[in-house]
Design a binder for this molecule. Sequence first.
Ligand code: 5AD
Ligand code: SF4
Length: 455
Amino acid sequence: MPGTKKVFVKTFGCQMNVYDSERIAESLIPFGFSGTDNIDEAEVIVLNTCHIREKAADKVYSELGRLRQVKEDRRAKGKHTIVTVAGCVAQAEGAEILARSSVVDLVVGPQSYHRLPDLVFRAQTESRRIVDTNFPEEDKFAALPDRSISKVSVKGAARAASAFLTVQEGCDKFCTFCVVPYTRGMEFSRPVDSLVDEARSLISRGVRELTLLGQNVNAYHGAGPDGKDWSLARLIGAIAELDGLERLRYTTSHPNDMGNDLIAAHRDQEKLMPYLHLPFQAGSDRILAAMNRKHTVDQYRRLIARIRAARPDIALSTDIIVGFPGETESEFEETLRLVEEIGFAQAFSFKYSPRPGTPAAKSDEQLPEEVKTERLHRLQALLASETTRFNAGCVGRVIPVLFERAGRRDGQIVGRSPYLQPVHANGAADLLGRVIPVEISEAGPNSLLGVIRAA
Ligand code: 5AD
Ligand code: SF4
Protein backbone atom coordinates (compact mmCIF):
# COMPACT_ATOMS: atom_id res chain seq x y z
CA MET A 1 0.00 0.00 0.00
CA PRO A 2 1.59 3.31 -1.01
CA GLY A 3 1.74 5.77 1.88
CA THR A 4 -0.60 8.72 2.07
CA LYS A 5 2.06 11.31 2.83
CA LYS A 6 4.34 12.42 0.02
CA VAL A 7 8.05 13.16 -0.29
CA PHE A 8 9.48 15.11 -3.21
CA VAL A 9 13.23 14.86 -3.82
CA LYS A 10 15.09 17.06 -6.27
CA THR A 11 18.60 15.93 -7.16
CA PHE A 12 21.52 18.18 -8.07
CA GLY A 13 24.99 17.01 -9.07
CA CYS A 14 26.53 13.62 -9.43
CA GLN A 15 25.29 10.04 -9.73
CA MET A 16 25.98 9.42 -6.07
CA ASN A 17 23.39 12.07 -5.29
CA VAL A 18 20.92 10.26 -7.56
CA TYR A 19 21.56 7.11 -5.52
CA ASP A 20 21.28 9.00 -2.22
CA SER A 21 18.00 10.61 -3.34
CA GLU A 22 16.43 7.21 -3.90
CA ARG A 23 17.53 6.04 -0.48
CA ILE A 24 16.36 9.27 1.14
CA ALA A 25 12.88 8.74 -0.33
CA GLU A 26 12.93 5.06 0.62
CA SER A 27 13.92 5.92 4.22
CA LEU A 28 10.51 7.54 4.72
CA ILE A 29 8.43 4.69 3.27
CA PRO A 30 8.15 2.75 6.57
CA PHE A 31 6.70 5.96 8.04
CA GLY A 32 3.79 6.12 5.60
CA PHE A 33 5.37 8.15 2.81
CA SER A 34 5.58 7.56 -0.92
CA GLY A 35 7.52 9.46 -3.56
CA THR A 36 5.93 12.09 -5.78
CA ASP A 37 6.94 14.16 -8.80
CA ASN A 38 4.38 16.81 -7.86
CA ILE A 39 5.97 19.23 -5.44
CA ASP A 40 2.66 20.86 -4.46
CA GLU A 41 1.44 17.68 -2.77
CA ALA A 42 4.63 17.03 -0.79
CA GLU A 43 4.71 17.20 3.02
CA VAL A 44 8.46 16.77 2.82
CA ILE A 45 10.58 18.47 0.16
CA VAL A 46 14.23 17.50 -0.08
CA LEU A 47 16.85 19.30 -2.16
CA ASN A 48 19.78 16.93 -2.48
CA THR A 49 22.54 19.36 -3.28
CA CYS A 50 25.99 19.55 -4.89
CA HIS A 51 28.94 21.71 -3.86
CA ILE A 52 31.53 20.66 -6.44
CA ARG A 53 31.52 23.95 -8.37
CA GLU A 54 30.17 27.38 -7.50
CA LYS A 55 27.41 27.20 -10.11
CA ALA A 56 26.08 23.96 -8.62
CA ALA A 57 25.94 25.48 -5.13
CA ASP A 58 24.24 28.67 -6.39
CA LYS A 59 21.42 26.66 -7.94
CA VAL A 60 20.32 25.57 -4.48
CA TYR A 61 19.66 29.09 -3.29
CA SER A 62 17.66 30.01 -6.39
CA GLU A 63 15.62 26.84 -5.93
CA LEU A 64 15.00 27.76 -2.28
CA GLY A 65 13.68 31.12 -3.48
CA ARG A 66 11.09 29.29 -5.60
CA LEU A 67 10.16 26.99 -2.72
CA ARG A 68 9.04 29.93 -0.60
CA GLN A 69 5.93 30.27 -2.79
CA VAL A 70 5.23 26.52 -2.76
CA LYS A 71 5.38 26.48 1.02
CA GLU A 72 3.16 29.55 1.34
CA ASP A 73 0.55 28.16 -1.05
CA ARG A 74 0.42 24.96 0.98
CA ARG A 75 0.18 26.89 4.22
CA ALA A 76 -2.79 28.84 2.79
CA LYS A 77 -4.50 25.45 2.35
CA GLY A 78 -3.70 24.54 5.97
CA LYS A 79 -0.89 22.17 5.02
CA HIS A 80 2.47 22.01 6.72
CA THR A 81 5.69 21.44 4.70
CA ILE A 82 9.16 20.46 5.85
CA VAL A 83 11.83 21.83 3.51
CA THR A 84 15.10 19.90 3.78
CA VAL A 85 18.50 20.71 2.34
CA ALA A 86 20.53 17.50 2.07
CA GLY A 87 23.81 16.62 0.37
CA CYS A 88 27.11 18.42 0.03
CA VAL A 89 25.93 22.04 0.34
CA ALA A 90 24.26 20.98 3.60
CA GLN A 91 27.56 19.52 4.78
CA ALA A 92 29.67 22.49 3.69
CA GLU A 93 27.42 25.32 4.84
CA GLY A 94 25.42 23.76 7.70
CA ALA A 95 23.64 26.31 9.88
CA GLU A 96 24.55 29.12 7.46
CA ILE A 97 21.77 27.80 5.21
CA LEU A 98 19.18 28.47 7.94
CA ALA A 99 20.52 31.99 8.27
CA ARG A 100 20.43 32.63 4.50
CA SER A 101 17.05 31.05 3.83
CA SER A 102 14.12 31.18 6.26
CA VAL A 103 12.21 28.64 4.15
CA VAL A 104 14.51 25.79 5.29
CA ASP A 105 13.45 23.60 8.23
CA LEU A 106 16.06 20.87 8.12
CA VAL A 107 19.70 20.59 7.05
CA VAL A 108 21.08 17.08 6.78
CA GLY A 109 24.55 16.06 5.58
CA PRO A 110 25.31 13.13 3.27
CA GLN A 111 26.47 10.97 6.16
CA SER A 112 23.39 11.35 8.37
CA TYR A 113 20.38 11.18 6.05
CA HIS A 114 19.38 7.78 7.48
CA ARG A 115 18.21 9.87 10.47
CA LEU A 116 15.78 11.81 8.26
CA PRO A 117 12.57 10.15 9.50
CA ASP A 118 13.48 11.06 13.07
CA LEU A 119 14.57 14.57 12.09
CA VAL A 120 11.34 15.17 10.14
CA PHE A 121 9.32 13.98 13.13
CA ARG A 122 11.24 16.28 15.47
CA ALA A 123 10.99 19.27 13.13
CA GLN A 124 7.21 18.73 13.00
CA THR A 125 6.53 18.04 16.66
CA GLU A 126 9.03 20.45 18.18
CA SER A 127 8.40 23.14 15.55
CA ARG A 128 12.05 24.00 15.33
CA ARG A 129 14.76 24.10 12.70
CA ILE A 130 17.39 21.36 12.89
CA VAL A 131 20.91 20.89 11.51
CA ASP A 132 22.52 17.44 11.44
CA THR A 133 25.87 17.38 9.64
CA ASN A 134 27.60 14.84 11.86
CA PHE A 135 29.65 11.92 10.68
CA PRO A 136 27.92 9.38 12.94
CA GLU A 137 29.45 6.16 14.20
CA GLU A 138 26.59 3.95 13.03
CA ASP A 139 26.53 2.55 9.50
CA LYS A 140 24.19 4.71 7.44
CA PHE A 141 23.61 1.96 4.89
CA ALA A 142 22.77 -0.66 7.51
CA ALA A 143 20.24 1.72 9.09
CA LEU A 144 18.36 2.31 5.81
CA PRO A 145 15.45 0.10 4.65
CA ASP A 146 16.11 -2.88 2.36
CA ARG A 147 16.08 -1.86 -1.33
CA SER A 148 13.30 -4.30 -2.24
CA ILE A 149 11.00 -2.02 -0.19
CA SER A 150 9.57 -0.13 -3.13
CA LYS A 151 9.62 1.10 -6.65
CA VAL A 152 9.37 4.69 -5.43
CA SER A 153 9.08 7.34 -8.04
CA VAL A 154 11.77 9.83 -7.21
CA LYS A 155 12.49 12.67 -9.58
CA GLY A 156 15.87 12.10 -11.12
CA ALA A 157 15.88 8.46 -10.07
CA ALA A 158 17.94 5.97 -11.99
CA ARG A 159 16.43 4.22 -14.98
CA ALA A 160 14.39 1.21 -13.90
CA ALA A 161 16.45 -1.42 -15.74
CA SER A 162 19.64 0.23 -14.58
CA ALA A 163 20.47 1.30 -11.05
CA PHE A 164 23.30 2.82 -9.07
CA LEU A 165 24.87 1.10 -6.09
CA THR A 166 27.19 3.12 -3.85
CA VAL A 167 30.04 0.83 -2.79
CA GLN A 168 32.51 3.40 -1.52
CA GLU A 169 32.25 6.97 -0.31
CA GLY A 170 34.63 9.76 0.47
CA CYS A 171 38.16 10.46 -0.64
CA ASP A 172 41.53 11.04 1.00
CA LYS A 173 43.34 12.11 -2.14
CA PHE A 174 42.99 15.85 -1.51
CA CYS A 175 43.33 17.13 -5.04
CA THR A 176 43.88 20.84 -4.40
CA PHE A 177 40.75 21.97 -6.32
CA CYS A 178 38.28 19.54 -4.80
CA VAL A 179 35.78 19.82 -1.93
CA VAL A 180 34.91 16.12 -1.80
CA PRO A 181 37.30 15.18 1.04
CA TYR A 182 35.63 17.91 3.11
CA THR A 183 31.98 17.24 2.23
CA ARG A 184 31.98 13.44 1.93
CA GLY A 185 34.75 12.78 4.41
CA MET A 186 37.45 10.15 4.44
CA GLU A 187 37.31 7.06 2.30
CA PHE A 188 34.94 4.35 3.45
CA SER A 189 34.20 1.05 1.70
CA ARG A 190 31.02 -0.90 2.39
CA PRO A 191 31.34 -4.61 3.25
CA VAL A 192 30.98 -7.10 0.38
CA ASP A 193 28.06 -9.03 1.91
CA SER A 194 25.82 -6.01 2.29
CA LEU A 195 26.58 -4.95 -1.30
CA VAL A 196 25.79 -8.39 -2.70
CA ASP A 197 22.51 -8.34 -0.71
CA GLU A 198 21.62 -4.89 -2.02
CA ALA A 199 22.47 -5.95 -5.58
CA ARG A 200 20.16 -8.97 -5.15
CA SER A 201 17.31 -6.73 -3.92
CA LEU A 202 17.73 -4.42 -6.89
CA ILE A 203 17.76 -7.35 -9.33
CA SER A 204 14.52 -8.59 -7.76
CA ARG A 205 13.04 -5.18 -8.66
CA GLY A 206 13.89 -5.73 -12.34
CA VAL A 207 17.32 -4.10 -12.45
CA ARG A 208 19.53 -5.64 -15.15
CA GLU A 209 22.50 -3.28 -15.01
CA LEU A 210 24.33 -1.98 -11.97
CA THR A 211 26.74 0.92 -11.85
CA LEU A 212 28.95 0.67 -8.79
CA LEU A 213 29.56 4.14 -7.43
CA GLY A 214 32.23 5.80 -5.37
CA GLN A 215 34.09 9.11 -5.40
CA ASN A 216 37.13 6.90 -5.72
CA VAL A 217 35.48 3.64 -6.61
CA ASN A 218 38.58 1.78 -7.71
CA ALA A 219 40.15 2.42 -4.29
CA TYR A 220 37.39 0.13 -2.95
CA HIS A 221 38.72 -2.15 -0.20
CA GLY A 222 35.65 -3.44 1.65
CA ALA A 223 35.63 -6.33 4.12
CA GLY A 224 34.98 -9.62 2.36
CA PRO A 225 33.16 -12.64 3.82
CA ASP A 226 36.59 -14.21 4.44
CA GLY A 227 37.55 -11.32 6.75
CA LYS A 228 40.06 -9.95 4.23
CA ASP A 229 39.79 -6.65 2.34
CA TRP A 230 38.49 -7.20 -1.17
CA SER A 231 39.45 -5.11 -4.20
CA LEU A 232 36.91 -3.66 -6.61
CA ALA A 233 37.80 -6.38 -9.13
CA ARG A 234 36.89 -9.09 -6.58
CA LEU A 235 33.66 -7.31 -5.70
CA ILE A 236 32.81 -7.10 -9.41
CA GLY A 237 33.49 -10.84 -9.68
CA ALA A 238 31.08 -11.59 -6.80
CA ILE A 239 28.28 -9.36 -8.11
CA ALA A 240 28.73 -10.64 -11.67
CA GLU A 241 27.76 -14.11 -10.43
CA LEU A 242 24.24 -13.00 -9.53
CA ASP A 243 21.60 -14.46 -11.85
CA GLY A 244 19.46 -11.92 -13.64
CA LEU A 245 22.18 -9.27 -13.73
CA GLU A 246 23.41 -8.65 -17.27
CA ARG A 247 25.72 -5.66 -17.03
CA LEU A 248 28.13 -4.02 -14.62
CA ARG A 249 29.82 -0.63 -14.69
CA TYR A 250 31.73 1.44 -12.15
CA THR A 251 32.58 5.09 -11.70
CA THR A 252 34.55 7.30 -10.79
CA SER A 253 38.10 6.06 -10.79
CA HIS A 254 41.50 7.55 -10.03
CA PRO A 255 44.39 6.58 -12.34
CA ASN A 256 46.60 5.65 -9.39
CA ASP A 257 44.13 3.02 -8.14
CA MET A 258 43.76 1.17 -11.45
CA GLY A 259 45.06 -2.21 -10.18
CA ASN A 260 46.19 -5.10 -12.39
CA ASP A 261 43.22 -7.21 -11.33
CA LEU A 262 40.79 -4.45 -12.35
CA ILE A 263 42.44 -4.08 -15.74
CA ALA A 264 42.28 -7.87 -16.15
CA ALA A 265 38.57 -7.79 -15.24
CA HIS A 266 37.97 -5.69 -18.35
CA ARG A 267 39.37 -8.61 -20.34
CA ASP A 268 37.83 -11.48 -18.37
CA GLN A 269 34.47 -10.39 -16.95
CA GLU A 270 31.84 -10.68 -19.62
CA LYS A 271 29.31 -8.61 -17.69
CA LEU A 272 31.73 -5.71 -17.18
CA MET A 273 30.93 -3.20 -19.92
CA PRO A 274 33.72 -1.83 -22.16
CA TYR A 275 33.53 1.69 -20.78
CA LEU A 276 35.83 3.45 -18.35
CA HIS A 277 35.57 6.92 -16.86
CA LEU A 278 39.11 7.86 -15.87
CA PRO A 279 39.62 11.57 -15.12
CA PHE A 280 43.02 13.05 -16.01
CA GLN A 281 42.08 16.71 -15.20
CA ALA A 282 45.04 18.35 -17.00
CA GLY A 283 47.61 17.53 -19.68
CA SER A 284 50.59 19.31 -18.12
CA ASP A 285 52.86 17.73 -15.52
CA ARG A 286 53.33 21.06 -13.75
CA ILE A 287 49.57 21.58 -13.39
CA LEU A 288 49.03 17.94 -12.37
CA ALA A 289 51.58 18.43 -9.58
CA ALA A 290 49.90 21.68 -8.49
CA MET A 291 46.61 19.78 -8.45
CA ASN A 292 48.22 17.11 -6.23
CA ARG A 293 47.07 14.41 -8.64
CA LYS A 294 50.21 12.36 -7.90
CA HIS A 295 50.64 11.09 -11.45
CA THR A 296 52.23 12.41 -14.63
CA VAL A 297 50.89 12.66 -18.15
CA ASP A 298 53.13 9.84 -19.25
CA GLN A 299 51.94 7.55 -16.46
CA TYR A 300 48.35 8.21 -17.57
CA ARG A 301 49.28 7.53 -21.19
CA ARG A 302 50.93 4.21 -20.30
CA LEU A 303 48.01 3.20 -18.12
CA ILE A 304 45.60 3.77 -21.01
CA ALA A 305 47.79 1.62 -23.24
CA ARG A 306 47.57 -1.27 -20.73
CA ILE A 307 43.79 -0.91 -20.43
CA ARG A 308 43.43 -0.89 -24.21
CA ALA A 309 45.63 -3.97 -24.48
CA ALA A 310 43.23 -5.76 -22.11
CA ARG A 311 40.07 -4.53 -23.83
CA PRO A 312 40.78 -3.04 -27.27
CA ASP A 313 37.26 -1.70 -27.90
CA ILE A 314 36.95 0.07 -24.53
CA ALA A 315 35.24 3.47 -24.68
CA LEU A 316 37.16 5.99 -22.61
CA SER A 317 35.68 8.92 -20.78
CA THR A 318 37.35 11.56 -18.64
CA ASP A 319 37.04 14.76 -16.60
CA ILE A 320 39.12 17.81 -17.49
CA ILE A 321 39.50 21.16 -15.73
CA VAL A 322 40.63 24.22 -17.71
CA GLY A 323 41.99 27.41 -16.21
CA PHE A 324 43.44 25.96 -13.02
CA PRO A 325 45.35 28.77 -11.22
CA GLY A 326 48.55 29.60 -13.10
CA GLU A 327 47.73 27.48 -16.19
CA THR A 328 49.54 29.02 -19.18
CA GLU A 329 48.34 28.93 -22.78
CA SER A 330 50.96 26.34 -23.67
CA GLU A 331 50.04 24.19 -20.66
CA PHE A 332 46.42 24.31 -21.79
CA GLU A 333 47.54 23.25 -25.28
CA GLU A 334 49.17 20.20 -23.69
CA THR A 335 45.68 19.25 -22.50
CA LEU A 336 44.38 19.55 -26.07
CA ARG A 337 47.24 17.40 -27.33
CA LEU A 338 46.58 14.66 -24.78
CA VAL A 339 42.89 14.63 -25.72
CA GLU A 340 43.84 14.26 -29.40
CA GLU A 341 46.36 11.57 -28.67
CA ILE A 342 44.10 9.38 -26.54
CA GLY A 343 40.77 9.90 -28.29
CA PHE A 344 37.83 9.93 -25.87
CA ALA A 345 34.38 8.55 -26.57
CA GLN A 346 32.95 10.92 -23.97
CA ALA A 347 34.25 13.64 -21.65
CA PHE A 348 33.17 16.16 -19.05
CA SER A 349 35.02 19.46 -18.99
CA PHE A 350 34.82 22.31 -16.54
CA LYS A 351 36.16 25.78 -15.90
CA TYR A 352 38.14 25.81 -12.68
CA SER A 353 35.90 27.09 -9.89
CA PRO A 354 37.56 28.15 -6.62
CA ARG A 355 35.96 26.27 -3.74
CA PRO A 356 36.06 27.64 -0.20
CA GLY A 357 38.52 25.84 2.05
CA THR A 358 40.51 24.15 -0.76
CA PRO A 359 44.22 24.97 -1.28
CA ALA A 360 43.90 26.05 -4.94
CA ALA A 361 41.25 28.64 -4.06
CA LYS A 362 43.92 30.49 -2.05
CA SER A 363 46.33 30.75 -5.00
CA ASP A 364 46.99 34.32 -6.18
CA GLU A 365 47.32 33.11 -9.79
CA GLN A 366 43.58 32.85 -10.49
CA LEU A 367 42.84 33.29 -14.20
CA PRO A 368 40.31 35.76 -15.60
CA GLU A 369 36.88 34.33 -16.42
CA GLU A 370 37.27 35.19 -20.15
CA VAL A 371 40.42 33.08 -20.41
CA LYS A 372 38.72 30.11 -18.78
CA THR A 373 35.66 30.48 -21.02
CA GLU A 374 37.73 30.70 -24.18
CA ARG A 375 39.78 27.61 -23.26
CA LEU A 376 36.66 25.66 -22.35
CA HIS A 377 35.10 26.43 -25.75
CA ARG A 378 38.19 25.26 -27.62
CA LEU A 379 38.41 22.08 -25.55
CA GLN A 380 34.71 21.31 -25.90
CA ALA A 381 34.83 21.72 -29.68
CA LEU A 382 37.62 19.16 -29.82
CA LEU A 383 35.83 16.77 -27.43
CA ALA A 384 32.59 17.04 -29.41
CA SER A 385 34.42 16.11 -32.60
CA GLU A 386 35.91 13.05 -30.87
CA THR A 387 32.53 11.90 -29.53
CA THR A 388 30.98 12.35 -32.97
CA ARG A 389 33.80 10.33 -34.52
CA PHE A 390 33.42 7.57 -31.94
CA ASN A 391 29.65 7.42 -32.52
CA ALA A 392 30.08 7.39 -36.31
CA GLY A 393 32.37 4.36 -35.94
CA CYS A 394 29.39 2.37 -34.65
CA VAL A 395 27.33 2.74 -37.85
CA GLY A 396 26.81 -0.61 -39.58
CA ARG A 397 27.69 -2.62 -36.46
CA VAL A 398 25.24 -4.84 -34.57
CA ILE A 399 25.43 -3.86 -30.91
CA PRO A 400 23.64 -5.27 -27.84
CA VAL A 401 21.38 -2.62 -26.32
CA LEU A 402 19.75 -2.68 -22.88
CA PHE A 403 16.39 -0.98 -23.45
CA GLU A 404 15.35 1.19 -20.54
CA ARG A 405 12.48 3.52 -21.40
CA ALA A 406 9.96 4.64 -23.99
CA GLY A 407 11.27 7.24 -26.43
CA ARG A 408 9.73 10.63 -27.10
CA ARG A 409 8.48 9.48 -30.50
CA ASP A 410 5.60 7.02 -30.62
CA GLY A 411 6.73 3.41 -30.99
CA GLN A 412 10.33 4.26 -30.15
CA ILE A 413 12.28 2.82 -27.24
CA VAL A 414 15.63 3.99 -25.88
CA GLY A 415 18.45 2.04 -24.34
CA ARG A 416 22.20 2.08 -23.87
CA SER A 417 24.99 0.47 -25.85
CA PRO A 418 27.85 -1.24 -24.00
CA TYR A 419 29.72 2.05 -24.58
CA LEU A 420 26.96 3.99 -22.75
CA GLN A 421 25.64 5.74 -25.87
CA PRO A 422 21.87 6.23 -25.90
CA VAL A 423 20.39 4.12 -28.72
CA HIS A 424 16.93 4.80 -30.22
CA ALA A 425 15.00 2.13 -32.13
CA ASN A 426 11.43 1.27 -33.07
CA GLY A 427 10.22 -1.47 -30.76
CA ALA A 428 7.49 -2.64 -28.43
CA ALA A 429 7.41 -1.69 -24.74
CA ASP A 430 7.80 -5.34 -23.73
CA LEU A 431 11.43 -5.13 -24.85
CA LEU A 432 12.19 -2.76 -21.97
CA GLY A 433 14.54 -4.32 -19.44
CA ARG A 434 16.05 -6.67 -22.07
CA VAL A 435 19.33 -6.71 -23.96
CA ILE A 436 18.63 -6.92 -27.70
CA PRO A 437 20.94 -6.78 -30.77
CA VAL A 438 20.50 -3.58 -32.74
CA GLU A 439 22.02 -2.69 -36.11
CA ILE A 440 23.17 0.91 -35.92
CA SER A 441 21.98 2.93 -38.90
CA GLU A 442 22.78 6.52 -37.93
CA ALA A 443 24.98 8.35 -35.46
CA GLY A 444 24.54 11.82 -34.01
CA PRO A 445 26.77 13.81 -31.68
CA ASN A 446 25.07 12.39 -28.58
CA SER A 447 23.17 9.27 -29.58
CA LEU A 448 22.66 6.46 -32.08
CA LEU A 449 19.71 5.26 -34.14
CA GLY A 450 19.26 1.62 -35.06
CA VAL A 451 17.06 -1.26 -36.14
CA ILE A 452 16.27 -4.16 -33.84
CA ARG A 453 17.69 -7.37 -35.34
CA ALA A 454 16.14 -10.06 -33.18
CA ALA A 455 14.10 -10.13 -30.01
N1 5AD B 1 36.41 23.40 -10.36
C1 5AD B 1 36.12 22.82 -11.55
N2 5AD B 1 35.91 21.51 -11.69
C2 5AD B 1 36.00 20.73 -10.60
N3 5AD B 1 35.84 19.41 -10.43
C3 5AD B 1 36.02 19.13 -9.12
N4 5AD B 1 36.29 20.25 -8.44
C4 5AD B 1 36.29 21.27 -9.33
C5 5AD B 1 36.51 22.66 -9.23
N5 5AD B 1 36.81 23.24 -8.08
C6 5AD B 1 35.58 18.49 -11.53
C7 5AD B 1 36.70 17.46 -11.67
C8 5AD B 1 36.08 16.22 -11.13
C9 5AD B 1 34.62 16.41 -11.52
C10 5AD B 1 33.66 15.57 -10.77
O1 5AD B 1 34.39 17.77 -11.26
O2 5AD B 1 37.01 17.34 -13.04
O3 5AD B 1 36.63 15.04 -11.68
FE1 SF4 C 1 38.16 15.13 -5.52
FE2 SF4 C 1 38.39 12.96 -7.10
FE3 SF4 C 1 40.60 14.31 -6.28
FE4 SF4 C 1 39.18 12.85 -4.52
S1 SF4 C 1 40.36 12.09 -6.32
S2 SF4 C 1 39.97 14.93 -4.18
S3 SF4 C 1 37.06 13.17 -5.28
S4 SF4 C 1 38.94 15.05 -7.65
